[in-house]
Design a binder for this molecule. Structure first.
Ligand SMILES: Nc1ncnc2c1ncn2[C@@H]1O[C@H](COP(=O)(O)OP(=O)(O)OP(=O)(O)O)[C@@H](O)[C@H]1O
Length: 261
């Protein structure tokens, strides 16, 4: 990790109706950092990822990408840093092959030849450890394989735009619903992609899984009631006596976190 800010949120707030989900959040993600975002269900973790990704506008506050203030959504196309997002559900199109899913944006938005896109897709599938599955359909894959295909899609880029892949990847619960071994495969892959040259050396990851927090995050922030209530290193999760962290990590229903439902 460097001490160079890649993404900065300053005073960011977001409400849905009367539900204030993010409340004056300040957060910096540094280049090369692996940031874990944890907190109880419904506390705004996916929302903050979507704000960071530029998929959702905050109601108040500013977002800086490499020191430049972002003016709109990512679709406005003036982002200086490539940002990829891996959604909670793999969100693949069932009627398309793996290759068509991974290369979807290039097929839709570029004039690149089919064979060139195929080659790029092949490279990305190799990076996620799934060479040779381009002709299969999502229904023929396991849940873990579908997740890895969605990683391949997130790191696809158009080399004509002078980028080898996104610089920052945002993962929303990448190991949800996977057994412990499949989770380990995904956790290893996340670290492997971070070390692969030129691709997504920085990431933020939302997760509920203990092993994923410990194996994929360097620094962790704890969101609750719209605020960053705690932050520390992964090892400090075990040493802190902060009541929110102690309750959350022990899974106790007794404590300051209000149990909903
Ligand atoms: N598009 C939306 N419209 C209305 N409310 C929304 C919308 N998106 C999120 N919310 C609400 O914002 C709150 C935070 O949702 P969010 O998905 O960010 O939480 P989360 O911490 O990621 O939850 P989980 O851990 O259960 O996935 C929830 O109360 C949710 O119902």
């Amino acid at each position: 990790m460097t001490n160079e800010p890649l993404i900065e949120l300053k005073g960011v707030s977001k409400s849905f109706g009367s539900n204030k989900v993010l409340d004056n959040i300040d957060l910096t993600i540094y280049r090369g950092e692996a940031l874990g975002i944890i907190g109880p269900s419904g506390t705004g973790k996916s929302t903050i990822l979507r704000v960071i990704a530029g998929l959702l506008l905050p109601d108040a506050g500013e977002i800086y990408v490499q020191g430049v203030r972002r003016k709109g959504l990512i679709e406005d196309g003036d982002e200086t840093v490539g940002i990829g997002m891996v959604f909670q559900q793999a969100a693949l199109f069932d009627s398309l092959t793996v290759e068509e899913n991974v290369g979807f944006l290039l097929y839709q938005n570029s004039k690149m030849s089919r064979s060139r896109i195929r080659d790029l897709v092949h490279t990305k599938l190799e990076m996620v450890g799934l060479p040779g599955i381009g002709d299969l359909y999502p229904s023929e894959l396991s849940g873990g394989m579908r997740k890895r295909v969605s990683f391949a899609r997130a790191i696809m880029s158009n080399p004509d735009n002078d980028r080898e892949g996104p610089e920052i990847l945002l993962y929303d619960e990448p190991t949800a619903g996977l057994d412990p071994i499949a989770s380990t495969v995904i956790e290893d892959l996340i670290r492997h992609l971070q070390q692969a040259q030129g691709v997504c050396s920085t990431y933020a990851i939302v997760t509920h899984q203990d092993s994923t927090i410990r194996r994929t995050a360097d620094r962790v922030i704890f969101l609750y009631q719209g605020r960053v209530q705690w932050q520390g290193t992964v090892s400090e999760i075990d040493s802190t006596d902060h009541p929110l962290i102690r309750q959350f990590m022990s899974g106790s229903v007794q404590g300051p976190i209000q149990v909903v439902g």
